[in-house]
Design a protein around this ligand. Structure first.
Ligand code: CUA
Length: 405
């Protein structure tokens, strides 16, 4: 069975109807107003006169607006019903909003931070919020519904066509409200099943991806840059000044036990200078994944990320190389380290792995190791000190490795 009603078509029809009526009324009222201004100007109509009562006129201008208003209400009500009447065969997905991201949980316990759905299956979203009011908004499916802490709301939609559709938050919820973005990814039924079973990991990344799945990266960067919360880059072994709930402070080395507490009970030991914005992840992250996340932080690269990022900024690297995977004038730094590159060396193409030596060589002499498909725009950065060069390479490493095939 496909879907019983096409809610998107109904909402659109209602919108067009109301828009049409509004345009007609606007044109009519404006034209009449202009006509009366002209017709009854005192030069043409010096003497006011009494207009008598008209029974018919009264009836007509009562009935026409009533029909219009009730008609608009009827279509609105009908499309609202379509948005609320969930088909019985709908697939249920739990949605949890938090400052500032979305988490989706599927029937088998699998979680993700973008919403995967099979094509041509009605989807029911059971929604709540971990902290404050948010609003789940998907323009493509004409969906907008508040998510409320301590309460469940629901919405449903029918993904007709494959593709990616934007999810936004439509309720102001704090400083990073505008970044509360995600995607509905509509895939064929078989692809959805294998994704759900964990056979197909489109993100393809290892433990680092967990920080995205649980939304950590919307507040904690992995590359040393400042966010709403402290960066997770090289956090392991650092000395933290912690503020306890009673206001006293203590020093703490960020060891595994501390990192674990900081995820499970974030507000009991707050890092000095940060606000108590983070909700507890107790019961949300399964034990095995928690271990992987703590271990990932403990085993991260060495070197000073803030210096590496600083070098990249000072030297202008970031105007041509993005850190988010997007293509600017040069290849993105995101996922660069360890990837296979096709380079043109002295006119001949060859494949190389982007290891430390490769990155070093392409900074010092970029024209000699040109990545295929990019122009010879980059000058040689041979004036960098050894320390700066090492920091830069270390920082690029923190931007992730490419998906494993
Ligand atoms: Cu969440 Cu705005």
């Amino acid at each position: 069975m496909s879907t019983s009603v096409d809610a998107v078509a109904k909402v659109d029809a209602t919108f067009l109807l109301i828009l049409g009526i509004s345009v007609v009324v606007l044109v009519l009222v404006t034209a009449l107003m202009l006509f009366f201004v002209w017709r009854y100007h005192h030069s043409r109509h010096p003497e006011p006169e009494h207009a008598g009562e008209s029974w018919w006129l009264e009836v007509v201008w009562t009935i026409i607006p009533t029909v219009l208003a009730v008609g608009m209400f009827w279509f609105g009500w009908d499309s609202y019903q379509a948005l609320r009447a969930v088909p019985e065969n709908a697939l249920e997905v739990k949605v949890e909003a938090y400052m500032w991201g979305w988490n989706f949980e599927y029937g088998n316990g699998r979680r993700s931070n973008i919403l995967y759905v099979p094509q041509k299956t009605p989807i029911k979203l059971i929604m709540t919020s971990r902290d404050v009011l948010h609003s789940f908004y998907v323009p493509a499916f004409r969906l907008k519904r508040d998510t409320v802490p301590g309460m469940q709301t629901y919405a449903w939609f029918f993904p007709k066509e494959q593709g990616d559709y934007d999810i936004l938050c439509a309720e102001y919820c704090g400083v990073k409200h505008a970044n509360m973005l995600s995607t509905v990814r509509v895939v064929p039924e078989e692809k959805y099943e294998s994704w759900l079973a964990g056979e197909l990991d489109e993100e393809g990344k290892g433990d680092e991806a967990l920080f995205e799945t649980y939304g950590c990266t919307s507040c904690h960067s992995l590359d040393g840059s400042e966010g709403v919360g402290p960066t997770l880059y090289n956090i392991y072994g650092k000395t933290r000044i912690l503020v306890l709930p009673d206001g006293t402070q203590k020093e703490q080395i960020a060891d595994k036990a501390y990192l674990r507490r900081a995820i499970l009970y974030p507000n009991e030991e707050l890092v000095q200078g940060y606000e108590a914005l983070m909700a507890s992840y107790e019961g949300i992250i399964p034990e095995d994944e928690l271990l992987r996340m703590v271990n990932w932080m403990a085993n991260q690269g060495v070197g000073d990320a803030s210096l590496g990022r600083q070098v990249a900024e000072d030297q202008g690297c970031l105007s041509c190389h993005s850190t988010d995977g997007s293509d600017v004038a040069g290849p993105s730094f995101r996922g660069l380290y360890g990837s296979m590159r096709v380079v043109v060396e002295d006119g001949a193409e060859k494949s190389v792995v982007a290891d430390d030596a490769y990155i070093r060589a392409s900074i010092l002499n970029p024209k000699k190791l040109l990545t295929k498909g990019y122009g010879e725009l980059m000058p040689a950065y041979d004036a960098l000190s050894e320390e700066e060069l090492l920091a830069l390479i270390d920082w690029i490493k923190t931007l992730g490795v490419p998906p494993s095939k």
